[in-house]
Design a protein around this ligand. Sequence first.
Ligand code: GLN
Ligand code: ZN
Length: 757
Amino acid sequence: MAKIHNLGFPRIGANRELKFALEKYWKGESSQSELTELAAGLRQKHWQQQSGLDLTPVGDFSFYDQVLDTSFTLGNIPARVEGLAGDELDNYFRVARGRSANDSGCHCVHAGEMTKWFDTNYHYIVPEFTADTRFELNPERLLAQLTEAKAQGVAAKPVLIGPVTYLWLGKEKDNSNKLDLLDQLLPVYGQLLALLADNGGEWVQIDEPILVTELSAEWQQALSKAYQTLNKGQVKLLLATYFGELKENLSLAVNLQVQGLHFDAVRGRNEVDAVIAALPADKVLSLGVINGRNIWKTDLNAVLNWLEPIARDVGERLWVAPSCSLLHVPVDLNSEQKLDDEIQSWLAFALQKLDELAVLARALNQGRDAVFAELAANQAAIDSRRQSRRVNNPDVQAAVAAINPQLGQRQNPYADRIAKQTAHLNLPAFPTTTIGSFPQTADIRQTRLKFKKGELDQATYVSQMKQEIARAVREQEALDLDVLVHGEAERNDMVEYFGEQLDGYAFSQFGWVQSYGSRCVKPPILFGDISRPAAMTVAWTQYAQSLTAKPMKGMLTGPVTILNWSFVRDDQPRSVSCYQLALAIRAEVLDLEKAGVKVIQIDEAALREGLPLRRSEWQDYLSWAVESFRITANGVADETQIHTHMCYSEFNDIIASIADMDADVITIETSRSDMELLDAFDNFKYPNEIGPGVYDIHSPNIPTEAQMVKLMQQAAKRIPAERLWVNPDCGLKTRQWAEVVPALQNMVAAAKTLRAN
Ligand code: GLN
Ligand code: ZN
């Protein structure tokens, strides 16, 4: 009998209950006991929803982040919160976000650094290490949840982050080597496992997803050593890997001294046979056959076709699960009221994925006839999606097939173009611009919301948005900026805005996925071949241009960013979806040019985050990502200036690809790094123009003229002054006008000072 289990469940709640409870608590509007009661209620509900499983994850619930939970369980708590008032939860939130509910007014400590969890859009709080780090077991949270689960009759499987992955995720704050901490970390894990055993945990899931990345020999040895040490037989360990193939770590992974291995059979489908062949015959094999990273229904018959023979061979030792924790998908498709019925029939969120798992188990254990109706319904949905005319657009497919290198090629090299652009645009040295958005005031949000709800007619909406654009233009003229923007008042989000106007995109109402802490994102669903029925930005930009004699930048989101921030199709390579987006946005670029727009910015904020986990796969990704950008941008005349923007500053390892994009101007985030990060451009001899951000828009502080002059002087040591622009780090939509105006005044003054020298 194959068993079914789950690796983790979304904790934010189908209606984001946890988000709202946290935010209320942080504001001091509710008590700690109200918060903990809500959390217990959510856990209970989620366990009930998983009651069809043979084993249910426990300990996957978190108030903020599971990595931060692990740091607290291991007693690795930054010294800066020691001795502060309050209890452990206060300190937990201090590390998470800089303050607890009781720290009124002040930011008393700095929050832990946050970074992406592997290649997901989930962000964790980075563990901090020094040579002096000491661990001390603090098991209360986990034990309490285990006791709670047992009392509710849950078939509990505690879930932990493994010791080696935990070290790998953290950062040394001195020059020590965090791997040196392993020896004193392992006894603490040993104590924890013993306690879990005493409290009735039979199986413990221990996650070591670093096994899908390229590991040095040191890290590989650390894994071997860890499980040699921990294998005391008190509990059975299910070692979980996910998010990719094991490749050169396969033999290491199957031979670690644990009682079972979970393997991602969605991303690692091609390795399943090799894993089975290599896995010692006494170990449990858990196959993650349902995609925990996407929202499509599983083709159950197709899975059964390959899984049934495996189930016969592996027998009792086979477990079946989602590929990874369901943290990365929304909770319940049945909440959706407005999705088109046909599209909804193709989808599965967390609860529906668990239903699929139950159907698979019955098919494996009792034969497909036992779930005849379920399989037939699933097949009908799979067929409908495959054949739908809304998914397949022959014109789009033909256009992608016809893509040739010419399409991504500007007419002339940068050196020729820039001369023509300079004449055409008549810009001073150190030209000033902004990244696109201006403050999204309460008024603007209200107006958009009312329009969306149908409470405001089209004409009124357009006229109110035009007033906002006019205000942004007025402010920019008064500031004497050189290249203006319309301010993006009409955009709620830089991806959703375009998705809503493209064919092939759908939007959920409740498809929230945790991004970090209480923050969630609702990725749009790219379900079909992408096309652009009509121009998307031209009217707004044209109106903005009509108000000023200065150049107005057209403002678009690039194909790679749209792709990386969406749930995308699993029936074709990501690259193909990206090329389709590229062709659609290219059409918009050409329409803007035709409308007289001389400068067009194509934001690629998420280009870097699409990098695969393994470096050996970077080149492939970068080549189609860059080609997609080039197709989007490069159909314009020499005189039209293409800008791109990226909100980060680590370019060292991708600088050749960035140069290959061949944007005339790139604006990046650098204000916090003293311009040292421009070294990558300097060393590479990056040829085109650069706008290194001089104004940190994430902070309410107003930068002074002198600070910005100094930053630009540092920039000019690395990049010839004639190729430098002066601009903020990113868009200004989260700021207030009262902050933006003086900051930009200082920025323009800085540019003028630089010109005078
Ligand atoms: N043009 C966008 C804005 O200014 C860019 C945002 C981003 O890069 N994240 O808001
Ligand atoms: Zn940005």
